[in-house]
Ligand binder design. Structure first.
Ligand SMILES: [Zn+2]
Length: 187
């Protein structure tokens, strides 16, 4: 079976190309494989992310809306068992040119992504959008269930069992035990 994998570079869209198209909205509907989609407690399985995005061009900015979806797995923070789950995230991001970042006061610029330039061409790079939304949504301290009681004591014995165990009798005192036994009996 052959799978055509899409990687991060497939998420770079040159603006001149998008502008040449007759449709104002460009749809991105595919799966991509991105490295490093992990935080300490959870990671995206195979780095595989499904995209259902629309790229909408206006004169000065580019609006990216839609959904990204991924499966993750991680460790329950209490019992260390594997936990898994799905992410389906709504995306709504804006890309701006460098000039807009400098000049525009109407946008909340800190939430926007900048156009990039690759080989003299203006591009938008959706990888950053995908990466940001996934990394912010991965569970920071996953639980297998709200009721999880933590480690199974059978599987994770603690040292207290050792303390409870009665110490081996020292054979040198066996004779004293015997004496005591006799004494109790005779009383
Ligand atoms: Zn658990």
């Amino acid at each position: 079976m052959t799978i055509n994998k899409s990687f991060g570079k497939d998420l770079i869209f040159p603006l001149p190309l998008l502008r040449r198209r007759s449709e104002k909205i460009h749809h991105v509907n595919k799966e991509v494989f991105l490295d490093g989609l992990a935080i300490s407690a959870a990671r995206v399985l195979d780095g595989r992310v499904g995209l259902d995005l629309s790229i909408e061009l206006s004169r000065e900015e580019v609006l990216v809306t839609g959904k990204v979806a991924a499966s993750w797995s991680g460790e329950c923070r209490r019992c260390i068992e594997e936990v898994s789950g799905q992410l389906e995230l709504a995306v709504s991001e804006i890309f701006l040119s460098t000039e807009q970042f400098k000049n525009e006061v109407n946008f909340s610029v800190e939430d926007a992504f900048p156009f990039k330039e690759i080989e003299g061409e203006e591009v938008i790079d959706l990888e950053e959008v995908v990466r940001d939304s996934i990394l912010l949504a991965l569970p920071f301290s996953p639980l297998c269930s709200e009721e999880c009681q933590g480690p199974d004591p059978q599987r994770f014995p603690t040292d207290t069992t050792m303390e409870k165990k009665s110490p081996e009798k020292d054979p040198r005192w066996a004779v004293l035990d015997q004496l005591k036994f006799d004494k109790d009996n005779s009383a």
